[in-house]
Unconditional design. Structure first.
Ligand SMILES: NC(=O)c1ccc[n+]([C@@H]2O[C@H](COP(=O)([O-])OP(=O)(O)OC[C@H]3O[C@@H](n4cnc5c(N)ncnc54)[C@H](O)[C@@H]3O)[C@@H](O)[C@H]2O)c1
Ligand SMILES: [Zn+2]
Length: 355
């Protein structure tokens, strides 16, 4: 079954299409309808593309993807390669890969000729439910993650859950963490549905996966449409999507993105911490806290890390670029499905609670 979500921002209109076993058909369609298409492809999914006959060899670039491609170095290298294939205003850049390739490609597309068309074909669960939605892109610097980038919406997003069949279980779980995050911040019914259906996601039931992706995108869409550039400070703020990310990002920085923890694992721990703080500050009921914890434990999402008490992590949180005047902003929850922004949280208090 095809599911379609239309996105209408102030300056753009595009659709996100979810359909199992659709990639090849859709790539062929893009090639036949456009004169100049350049593909950036994650090496791990290159076989899908290889099966499409007759595409000119010189029009694709195959990339070994990981966080390291989100760098100035790769940005320069890949941009030059794209330019060498001949780029004009009608060129379409198509990215087939996970969130790292999507983030790099978005930045390249937005800067080439001050913006050429971009089509995203996300191939990890995380990129299907999160990074390919909302138009943020970027690369990392020595000073921190995603510090250089633009807001740039794609012309189309094509999602094919079947591509997840080759994804390692740990990466699947990492994407699932963002799905459960969407349910906790916005939709209790969806949380309960996931509670019943999560095992079907991990056993790759494509119908259930499609539903989960669809629901998840609708939730992210709400926040993106109300606050595309993350300017609001109320419960509609796009920053609500950072639930679990304050602590999660600090853990990732602590481990220097060495993949000791995947992004999803880091934010899972962050979500448990944010939920616990919500409970300790009397916003969240004990019943809801336990419900969340049990769901995480049942699905093997980590709820703690033995380094999470390290003072260095608090130093990292303290230095976070998102703090204003040294005050920490945290996303907390009042119950499952209802998140809000809590400004001015005292770091000492958080330390106490975690300890
Ligand atoms: N722009 C945004 O709004 C946004 C939101 C969330 C996350 N992100 C970014 O997304 C990135 C993480 O994305 P990710 O988790 O997709 O990482 P990733 O792109 O590194 O992919 C994870 C691994 O899976 C491999 N892979 C991709 N598709 C595969 C498939 N179908 N089968 C087998 N292997 C496959 C990749 O080669 C890589 O080794 C981070 O850099 C994060 O900052 C961006
Ligand atoms: Zn995230």
């Amino acid at each position: 079954m095809i599911k379609k979500i239309n996105i209408l921002t102030k300056e753009n209109k595009y659709s996100i299409e979810i359909e199992t076993n659709s990639i090849k058909k859709k790539i062929k369609n893009i090639i036949s309808k456009n004169n100049n298409v350049i593909f950036l492809i994650d090496k791990k999914v290159f076989n899908v593309f290889q099966k499409i006959n007759n595409y000119q060899k010189e029009k694709y670039i195959c990339i070994n993807c990981s966080e390291k491609i989100k760098s100035f170095n790769f940005y320069t290298k890949i941009t030059q390669k794209v330019l060498s294939k001949g780029v004009d205003r009608k060129t379409i850049l198509v990215a087939i890969g996970g969130g790292t390739l999507g983030d790099l490609s978005g930045f390249i597309a937005s800067t080439l000729l001050r913006g050429i068309d971009l089509i995203l074909i996300p191939t990890t669960l995380l990129s299907q439910v999160d990074s390919s939605i909302g138009g943020k892109n970027g690369i990392n610097t020595n000073f921190g993650k995603n510090l250089v980038g633009t807001f740039y919406q794609p012309k189309l997003v094509i999602i094919d859950p079947l591509i997840l069949s080759t994804l390692p279980k740990r990466e699947l779980l990492s994407g699932y963490a963002e799905i459960i995050k969407h349910s906790i911040i916005y939709d209790k019914k969806f949380f309960n549905w996931l509670d019943k259906n999560s095992k079907n996601i991990f056993s790759l039931n494509y119908e259930v996966i499609s539903n989960a992706i669809y629901k998840s995108i609708l939730i992210k869409k709400q926040y993106v449409l109300k606050d595309e550039k993350e300017k609001l400070k109320n419960r509609h703020s796009r920053a609500i999507l950072n639930f679990g990310h304050t602590f999660g990002h600090a853990l990732e920085t602590y481990y220097k993105y060495k993949k000791k923890l995947t992004h999803g694992e880091a934010i899972s721990i962050g979500m448990i911490i944010a939920s616990t703080i919500s409970y300790k500050l009397n916003y969240l009921s004990y019943k809801d806290l336990i419900k969340i914890k049990n769901h995480f434990i049942f699905n093997r999402l980590p709820i703690m890390d033995n380094k999470m008490y390290d003072n260095k992590i608090f130093d990292i949180i303290h230095k976070d670029k998102k703090n204003i005047d040294g005050k920490i902003n945290f996303v907390l929850i009042k119950n499952i499905g209802n998140a809000f922004l809590k400004n001015n949280i005292n770091l000492e208090k958080i330390k106490q609670i975690i300890n």
